[in-house]
Design a protein around this ligand. Sequence first.
Ligand SMILES: Nc1nc2c(c(=O)[nH]1)N[C@H]1C(S)=C(S)[C@@H](COP(=O)(O)O)O[C@H]1N2
Ligand SMILES: [Mo]
Length: 323
Amino acid sequence: MPIHRPRPILSREITDEGLYLDRRRFLQGAAGAAAGLALSGCFGAEEVSASSGAPAPAQLVDVPRGPAEFQTDESPTSYADATTYNNFYEFGTGKTDPAARAGSLRPKPWSVAIEGEVGRPGSVPLEELLRPHTLEERVYRLRCVEAWSMVIPWIGIPLVDVLKRFEPTSKAKFVAFETLVDPEQMPGQRRGILDWPYREGLRIDEATHPLVLLAVGMYGRELPNQNGAPLRLVVPWKYGFKSIKSIVKIRLQESQPQTTWSQENAREYGFFANVNPEVSHPRWSQARERRIGDLRKRPTLYLNGYADEVGSLYRGMDPARLF
Ligand SMILES: Nc1nc2c(c(=O)[nH]1)N[C@H]1C(S)=C(S)[C@@H](COP(=O)(O)O)O[C@H]1N2
Ligand SMILES: [Mo]
């Protein structure tokens, strides 16, 4: 178990979701402590200026802007930063590991299984999953639980439109998502750093909110592997770990799904994981965040600035429980 000491947390101690794992391994005397040290303090774009070296993915042309309430006029994070400063533990726990190693992922061909409480379950090739829908661009803030953030122009389709096609039953109270498991393609899965597959979930009213995007691209191109090619979730009012990458399974179900990070440490990574500046992470404050590329920190916004859209989903619930 991680050790929680009641004392002020220095900002340089806020590193990554894996720190407590590395601490645990350190305490057990196992390997991994060195990785933990190497990770500390990796923050700004200053430290991650290298481009991934991989060729840029194919362009997605003529994608219209989505509705105005799903945009922001804040400047997007640079493409170089958004594609070289990543969390994707299937390729390692370092911020630059995904860009360096995700070349082994083969996003084509790709199929997605839709299972559980739906009238029309099945495994669907990605092209078929997308075919009836019109791609759109949305510029969203992405706030990682580690207290950094980005602004990313995504390309995708609303999850609700896809779910509807498979005809959810009245028992569909939650939606569970899973990432691919294949250690050949995802070498980080040879280590038990997390319990693979990476799993996430949403309550059905959250999953069917029009803000939730199934993304296939960013910055006018297909998703780079390190950002979750070929299909990832984007839930902009929740901490980034909810936005699961490289999805192969979507399951509608009656019970709340077990999710990877809350299974690892429920106290530090809850099921709801709603961005809230007033609910501290056990090891650091969430009041402020570093926008990658900026030097100064900025205040974190309740529900990452999407309270007008999704605040009503949580009316009457205890805010402390919503992490
Ligand atoms: N399968 C999978 N999905 C994942 C992760 C991961 O390690 N594995 N990391 C999450 C975390 S912690 C964040 S902050 C975002 C980062 O997305 P980005 O690298 O595209 O910015 O992806 C999320 N999705
Ligand atoms: Mo994150």
